[in-house]
Design a protein around this ligand. Structure first.
Ligand code: 9D3
Length: 255
């Protein structure tokens, strides 16, 4: 997969060279090409921003350096879709990420300051936000999106991790994890995990995942309803986790 990045701060993307994304890059699974709008300026001050028409605080990214950066990228990869990360875009989901991961070339356009001149919109194919909170520019949003895309690529995850995400793990929260030692501060590892009974372990994990989803993210059950088998497991979880009289009297509180 070819990934083009248009940014005034290409160094931000150096963090992709660690871990899963780093291995995907060094193995040649992904190729990243940077285009800095500042390199496409003509004036001696290399200006990439200017004051907004109509006045007000902040600056706006100028059209010409962005147009030239897009042209340079499209010259290398004419079919690349231009993705503009901005707060007005559609909120990114795992479904969108999986669709993006199927493309052969993407070009990420990153805004700084108050954003880009609206006339660049004619070059933009898709716009995404990473959620309803304010960050300082498009780069970190692109990083999140790139990481999510790259780990979807066949061969990006190590062999032991590569078992493709099933619909269950995508639409439910994870189950609790434990490693050695067996006892820490009086809290022990659930016995079933040490039983070697793989069928029982699988069932326990499924039950915990459903229980935690019910407790913390019941909204996930609206879009992805419980199957009959899941409902049975969740009922068991609820019954097994009914607060005791001691819990209700708060006799165990440490504060
Ligand atoms: C505080 C400035 N805001 C005035 C109403 C507008 C604004 C401009 C530029 C808000 C954020 C930004 C920079 N953010 C992004 O470019 C961005 C972003 C985000 O802030 N939140 C979630 N997703 C994204 S994608 C790109």
């Amino acid at each position: 997969m070819w990934l083009g990045i248009i940014s005034l701060f290409p160094e931000i993307f150096d963090a992709l060279s660690y871990g899963i994304t780093g291995r995907a890059i060094s193995s040649g699974l992904v190729t990243i090409a940077h285009f800095n709008p500042r390199d496409f300026t003509q004036d001696k001050h290399r200006r990439v921003d200017d004051r907004p028409y109509g006045g007000g605080a902040g600056m706006v990214m100028k059209v010409e350096p962005l147009e030239k950066a897009i042209a340079a990228a499209k010259n290398l990869h004419p079919t690349a879709s231009v993705i503009y990360m901005n707060p007005q875009g559609q909120t990114l989901t795992q479904e969108i990420v999986q669709k993006l991961a199927q493309r052969s070339a993407l070009l990420f356009l990153n805004g700084r300051y108050e954003g880009i001149d609206e006339r660049i919109a004619t070059y933009v194919d898709e716009e995404y936000s990473i959620g309803d909170y304010v960050i300082s520019g498009g780069e970190l949003a692109s990083m999140v999106t790139l990481d999510a895309i790259i780990r979807c690529l066949p061969g990006a995850l190590g062999d032991e991790n590569s078992a493709k995400q099933d619909s269950f793990t995508e639409h439910r929260l994870d189950y609790p994890h434990y490693t050695r030692p067996e006892c820490i501060n009086g809290i022990t590892v659930p016995k079933v995990l040490q039983s070697g009974d793989h069928k029982a372990i699988e069932r326990w994990r499924l039950k915990q995942a459903l229980g935690r989803t019910w407790q913390r993210r019941p909204d996930l059950f609206v879009k992805h309803p419980l199957t009959i088998e899941e409902q049975t497991l969740l009922n068991e979880f609820i019954l097994e986790n009914v607060p005791t009289a001691g819990d209700l009297l708060q006799t165990k509180r440490k504060d």
